[in-house]
Design a protein around this ligand. Sequence first.
Ligand code: NZQ
Ligand code: ZN
Length: 391
Amino acid sequence: MENFTFCSPTEFVFGRDTEKEVGRLCLKHGASRVLIIYGGGSVVRSGLLQRVEQSLTEAGLPYETLGGVKPNPEDGLVREGISKVSGERSYFLLAVGGGSVIDTAKAIACGACYDGDFWDFYIGKAKIEQALPVGVVLTIPAAGSEGSGNSVITNTATGQKISLRSPEHLRPVFSIMNPELTYTLPPYQTASGICDMMVHIFERYFTNTAETSITDHVAEGVLRSIIEQAPLVMKNPQDYGPRANIMWAGMLAHNGLCGTGHVEDWASHFMEHELSALYGVTHGAGLAVVFPAWLTVVSRTNPHKAVQLAERVLDVCPDGLTEHEIIAEGIARLRRFWSSLGLPTNLHELGIEQPDIDALVRNLHVTKGEPIGGYVRLDRTLTREIYELMK
Ligand code: NZQ
Ligand code: ZN
């Protein structure tokens, strides 16, 4: 096992009606004025925004709003938010929504405390020294941004979608997680979120680090629970128990717990971010196409974790099968599982008819360098092969 630091300081407030505590929590975490950030309108239609505003008013907190965050959030709204709060270090940023809203809030949080362009942090030109506090009311279990130290933003001028990791500055101070708030999710978003959280675990699980039994078993336990609960959520979206289990799984998948002591991979995420940057696809749905192709290629030269996953998580019985057959059956089961949730299995089903593989490979390595990935180091020949396999 590698040396590691695990610090997950976010206060998670989980359960029914917990959004009513948002005013109290903002005060507890030092807010004196609040900027509420939200997306394209689901929180207006559901009445959540109004309940949040009421709670802030009852707590005596003045607030403003910034709506309109799009899925695969863009730099334009980040800049608007930064100009709204700049010069005012007293703002508390409250993200009411999913990963796109939370990531926008995090980008505003660090950009507002910096004299240069916030994008400098994303391209590695500057390091965050200070950020405004961010609180969260989560409406979709998926990206795990409610517990992560990451923010993923697309720069529309350069076409780059980049993930910034700075856990000491970007983890939310609190996250309110009421499973009932997820009842209104469209099935495709629920399914995409389930895939995203599974791949957050896979990115950490696929490692060459030895002697990580504890972390492997934590990861396998969370994965098995997701596989058990996902069909229940899809069948009855208003069943509290499965919704609650899936919501908590999404947080556990991405706050770092499932990767303690591991060298992590992240090549599938880098490859998907190029798909969502170029074609605007839903991140989790893109991963349902990327990950099996990635696993097919990497397990050719490094099979051991794919075998372990197939046997321990996907219940492939190894008796009489070669290593290659165990892996192939594991990948087939994973594809079938995601497909049963309504997710795509190839680029065509993802809505990309004529993928520009040259552009995907070029953009990937311009942004992420070469080689990428921790489990198997992938040069552009291998990443091209993986993209080709997705057709
Ligand atoms: O915008 P609104 O109207 O709110 O609608 C959203 C949006 O259209 C809708 N939605 C959310 N909650 C809802 C709801 N609709 C009805 N009822 C509800 N309760 O769902 C759509 C997707 O929302 P979004 O926030 O984009 O989803 P998600 O949480 O999957 O976030 C995806 C983004 O997060 C990034 C992805 O790349 C993508 O840009 N990621 C962020 C990470 C992080 N910060 O740690 C890690 C991830 O790997 C990921 O890359
Ligand atoms: Zn993800």
